[in-house]
Write a protein that binds this ligand. Structure first.
Ligand code: EPZ
Length: 433
């Protein structure tokens, strides 16, 4: 298992380009299951989760190839026995559940392994299933798998299966739940109205791709989405939006290390909740066009934050923000309202000398503290990013173990940090005895 060796304290300076968004690319790949013609996607980040989704699509009959800067997906027909997303693939990546909606919509049936538990929370998919039922699907859960069958759209055993338009209100704004139902509704017979939808930019990006393929969607990015079903979809060429979470990580790094970083080719509006907070704690924040500059000029002030669905403060930046607050003067209260177990980075930060108390969904960070290098363990994707940032601010050498978590969602991280003046070394293989 690879690990990172970070030599600190470092000061991040320079320009960095945001990669494409992992959480927009994953549903975009799943949408290729709906396509009747090839789909070319550009700015797809080369991270491990994308590799896993490509494997799943290949298993489901959609082959892909690199062509220039694009990944091209060729529509295929899942053979009877492999209209299934197997446990082996789903267990490594929950987002495989995004195959459920498109498979049921396109082929009338799907069998998808239930995504197990996750480090950051229980993460049920009850809303995905209830939403499909609202579109007429018959849902059956057994043996660790969910099986969905669309109703027959005519009489007689041979009649095709097709979802029906309907109305569904999510109990909470779920990102992949909204994406799954959007992909299910585009081929349904009739109109679907989805309420209390997630408004994350990644949902809007999926709707842009589906519309380019011929879907008829209104209101994506708002709480209510209306979809007028069509009989079939074509192909498209689509550029995935920049990764606001990856980009935000580097901007937090600039403030944390007292550096000066310009994030290029980003979407400032998608990062508004973070930029407001960085300005509040005393960093310099400048936006011009698609570039965002953040500089940590002097003393950082602590500021409270509570995570929330977009346009609230993203839970995927909570850990990075918590690392920032270890260097700020005062006590910051960080409330995690989206996932019930997302403070596993706290004991690891304590190993670097941070002073943080956790009580249920609330962490209180005391600062400023001088961090010192140590061995720490990554526990999930964003916790790993938090430890990288803390390692950059710490004096001496920090070793981060299990960075396979990081590789799931950060493209070329050590290369990008190197370009920003940091010394981050990847050591391959297990620790010597
Ligand atoms: C997406 O996960 C992201 N993943 C997550 O990013 C992100 O943290 C999360 O949205 C919130 O922004 C992808 O897009 C692939 P949710 P998702 O459904 O869709 C509860 C990262 O680091 N819920 O919006 O799985 C759920 O338990 C990852 O890149 C139900 O109870 O999150 C949670 O408490 C981590 N029943 C809340 O809703 C359901 O059926 C929000 O989860 C669905 C969700």
């Amino acid at each position: 298992m690879d690990r990172f060796l970070i030599h600190g304290p470092a000061t991040l300076r320079g320009r960095v380009r945001a990669s494409g968004a992992k959480n927009a690319a994953l549903p975009a790949l799943a949408a290729c299951l709906l396509a009747g013609e090839p789909v070319a996607l550009t700015r797809v980040p080369r991270v491990r989760d994308i590799g896993t989704m490509r494997k799943l699509l290949d298993h489901l009959g959609v082959a892909s190839e690199e062509r220039g800067d694009a990944l091209v997906f060729h529509p295929g027909t899942p053979a009877e026995e492999n209209g299934e997303a197997p446990y082996e693939l789903v267990k490594t990546m929950r987002a495989s559940v995004l195959s459920l909606g498109p498979l049921t919509a396109r082929w009338g049936r799907a069998r998808v392994s239930l995504p197990g538990g996750c480090a950051i929370g229980v993460r049920p998919i009850d809303q995905h299933l209830a939403g499909l039922e609202a579109l007429g699907a018959d849902i059956h859960v057994a043996g660790g798998y969910v099986e969905a069958r669309a109703p027959r759209s005519g009489s007689g055993a041979g009649a095709a299966r097709r979802l029906r338009g309907g109305r569904f209100r999510f109990a909470m704004p779920t990102v992949t739940g909204t994406e799954n139902l959007l992909m299910a509704a585009v081929l349904a017979d009739g109109t679907t109205v989805l309420e209390n939808c997630a408004r994350e930019p990644e949902v809007g990006d999926l709707a842009r791709l589906l519309s380019a393929m011929g879907a008829r969607i209104e209101g994506a990015g708002t709480e209510t989405i209306t979809v007028h079903g069509v009989p079939e979809l074509g192909g498209a060429r689509h550029e995935v939006i920049p990764d606001r979470i990856e980009g935000g990580t580097y901007l937090v790094g600039a403030a944390l290390t007292g550096g000066d970083v310009t994030l290029e080719d980003a979407e400032p509006a998608d990062l508004a909740p973070l930029l407001e907070k960085l300005a509040e704690v005393g960093a310099t924040v400048e936006v011009s066009g698609r570039s965002i500059r953040v500089a940590g000029t002097g003393e950082l002030r602590s500021a409270d934050v509570a995570t929330a669905p977009h346009p609230g403060f993203p839970t995927d930046l909570q850990a990075q923000y918590l690392a920032l607050m270890t260097r700020a003067t005062g006590v910051a209260t960080v409330s995690e309202t989206v996932f019930e177990n997302r403070f596993q980075h706290v004991p690891e930060l304590a190993r670097l000398g941070a002073v943080i108390e956790v009580a249920g969904p609330v962490a209180r960070v005391h600062g400023p503290t001088e961090l010192a290098g140590a061995h720490v363990m990554a526990t999930d994707l964003r916790a790993s990013a938090c430890l990288v940032l803390a390692g950059l601010a710490a004096h001496g050498e920090t070793t981060i173990h299990r960075i396979y978590h990081l590789d799931r969602g950060y493209e070329r991280m050590e290369g990008k940090l190197h370009d920003l003046g940091a010394t981050v070394e990847r050591v391959r293989g297990p620790m010597p005895d």
